[in-house]
Design a protein around this ligand. Structure first.
Ligand code: WTA
Length: 573
């Protein structure tokens, strides 16, 4: 059953008339909001922090509220400038230069944000990593990008295989009493000593800003490179999609290890001069509702899995919190079930606005705007300045209501500029001239709303995280008991999908619960907890093509009790 459409909320939205905006849109006009438009001098950190730190009426506004179970802090725009200037000086004194890759591998904390902004100020390219990453995942990313420095903590540094990474010259550790020796530098001590005055490095708008590693269906994770010019779209979508106004208190729940936690957890809010809330620690309904209440959050950007977890915590708990400050809720990362939209409307009294985009696109591309009707289950319409289309497998555009490949007309400001060290992979997105092909399938209805149908490839979306089956399979077969492994996403009511592994054991190994647990832990400790299969089936052999590739399509059919389709390429001896 299609849920009833939700009409636009009344309110003074930044984007008042979507159709008009689409007609008259020009990216060049958006640039007038930035100081680089007048000065020609570009740096993301200047536009996000420094220009507000120099402005009366803005400089003493809180830029960052940070809290977790131990800490509870606030930093104004002026203080953010000071701390990021100090961090920039720390990097500069250690010999880090423009274009160098500086990775940030720590749990959420104010220092993470100082380090990220500081590295951007000297023109370095930042590479954020999830704190959940284990040694193998860290090594792959630092090796591929030839990272020169990493900022980490005493708890996590053990997972950085420093001796195996010849390009890695500096390991900054944020912790108490860090002893400097070899490559190790004391980030906290150096921050305390560092000068507060710093001359920012001006860069070209096409210079590298950030590298986000993300998964595809084949090969190791790819390093998606974004440049400073992405700010144009971060700012614009912050204004029109997140509907940010300068007195808003905004909370994006995503970790900066994921592109949502940088594009919309660092750049978009600060480019729009709003107060940004960061909550560390684990998810619990109490801590999340408590955060909304404590800071009087007005705009909240989260994800379907979290919203489903909140829904399953029930309606009663919501009544214990004063959420009256909330005026706008958004979601990203996986399909937002119509049921969750309906539930949110009932308990929060607000529509939940879906938004669709990818690490590669760098910023929101399709969304439900506040001034448009929401059709629950639909992702909404393309942002002004972006044209979307549904293509068949030959690259022809399909009419409404036909399912096909979701594609976008190239290009837009936040578009990735390359895949690091892999131009061939990058070119793979542009199989049809003039289009970027997303890898998602979708259809467009007669009103121009887009409806997500699934991934075209085997990429798994579990709790909003994009996991490449190949990476998990590669880790599985490193386990001494595992001969072959195939990994699929299995539908799950809360997480969207869970990772399910099919494994054939080597000679001499017997299936036991202990062994399965050991294999799971092997992936957990080698890659990351979220990459470990939640379910595992042991089989005598796995379906393979004649060239030896595991047929994940057949595994999926086994799992879902579907017909296995064309098996003509299967090797069946
Ligand atoms: C999926 C960066 C359904 C999609 C934000 C996409 C979504 C992949 C939505 C990108 C949505 C993202 N509805 N699916 N609103 N938003 N996706 O790069 O398959 O980690 O290709 O996310 O997430 O994943 P990424």
């Amino acid at each position: 059953m299609e849920l009833q459409s939700l009409p636009p909320k009344s309110g003074d939205h930044n984007l008042k008339n979507y159709e008009e905006a689409v007609k008259h849109f020009d990216w060049a006009e958006v640039e007038e909001a930035f100081t680089f438009h007048k000065t020609g001098k570009v740096n993301m950190a200047h536009e996000a922090i420094d220009r507000f730190a120099e402005k009366d009426g803005k400089k003493d506004q809180v830029a960052l509220y940070y809290s977790d179970d131990q800490r509870d802090e606030a930093y104004t725009f002026a203080e953010m400038k000071k701390m990021s200037d100090k961090a920039a000086n720390v990097f500069k004194e250690a010999g880090i230069e423009k274009g160098d890759r500086v990775f940030i591998f720590m749990s959420r904390s104010p220092e993470l944000y100082f380090a990220a902004l500081g590295a951007i100020k000297i023109g370095a390219i930042i590479g954020p990593l999830f704190e959940a990453f284990m040694e193998g995942a860290v090594r792959d990313r630092l090796e591929n990008s030839e990272a020169k420095a990493i900022v980490t903590t005493p708890e996590l540094v053990g997972r950085v295989p420093v001796s195996e990474l010849p390009a890695l010259e500096k390991v900054f550790i944020q912790g108490d009493d860090v002893k400097e020796e070899g490559k190790t530098l004391d980030f906290k001590g150096r921050m305390e000593q560092a000068s507060e005055s710093h001359d920012i490095t001006w860069v070209d708008r096409e210079d590298g800003l950030i590298l986000h590693y993300t998964s595809g269906s084949t090969g190791t994770p790819k390093g998606v490179l974004h440049v400073h010019a992405a700010m144009i779209q971060h700012y614009q979508t912050g204004k029109w999609v997140l509907d940010l106004k300068e007195d808003d208190v905004y909370w994006c729940t995503a970790d900066p290890g994921w592109v949502t936690g940088t594009s919309y957890g660092i750049f978009a809010p600060w480019l729009n001069g709003v107060t940004n809330v960061v909550r560390g620690g684990r998810f619990s309904p109490e801590s999340w509702y408590g955060t909304l209440e404590k800071y009087n959050v007005t705009v909240w950007y989260s994800a379907p899995t979290a919203l489903r977890m909140l829904a399953s915590a029930g309606d009663e708990i919501v009544k214990n919190y004063d959420l009256s400050s909330l005026r706008h809720i958004l979601s990203v990362g996986e399909p937002l079930n119509p049921e969750v939209v309906r539930w949110g409307h009932e308990v929060y009294g607000l529509r939940i606005h879906d938004s669709w985009w990818m690490t590669e696109t760098g910023a929101i591309m399709i969304t439900n705007f506040p001034s448009l009707t929401v059709k629950p289950g639909s992702m909404g319409k393309p942002i002004p300045g972006v044209e979307a289309g549904i293509l068949d497998d030959q690259g022809n555009e399909l009419p409404p209501n036909r399912m096909g490949n979701l594609a976008l007309r190239t290009s837009w400001p936040a578009m990735m500029r390359t895949i690091w060290n892999n131009e061939e992979k990058y070119q793979g997105y542009f199989e049809f001239p003039g289009w970027y092909v997303s890898g998602d399938s979708a259809y467009k209805d007669e009103d121009g709303y887009y409806w997500f149908q699934g991934r075209v490839d085997d990429v798994i979306l579990t709790a909003g995280e994009r996991v490449g089956p190949f990476e998990v399979e590669s880790k599985l077969v490193e386990h001494p008991a595992v001969g072959e492994a195939g990994v699929i996403g299995k539908p799950d009511p809360v997480r969207g999908e869970i990772i399910k592994a099919f494994v054939a054991l080597r000679e001499g190994y017997e299936e036991t619960d202990e062994l399965k647990e050991d294999i799971r832990n092997f992936v957990k400790n080698g890659l990351a907890a979220h990459a470990a299969p939640r379910e595992m089936d042991i089989r005598d052999k796995l379906p393979k093509t004649r060239s030896g590739k595991i047929m994940r399509r057949v595994l999926k059919a086994w799992e879902l009790d579907l017909p296995t389709g064309d098996l003509s390429t299967m090797d069946d001896d």
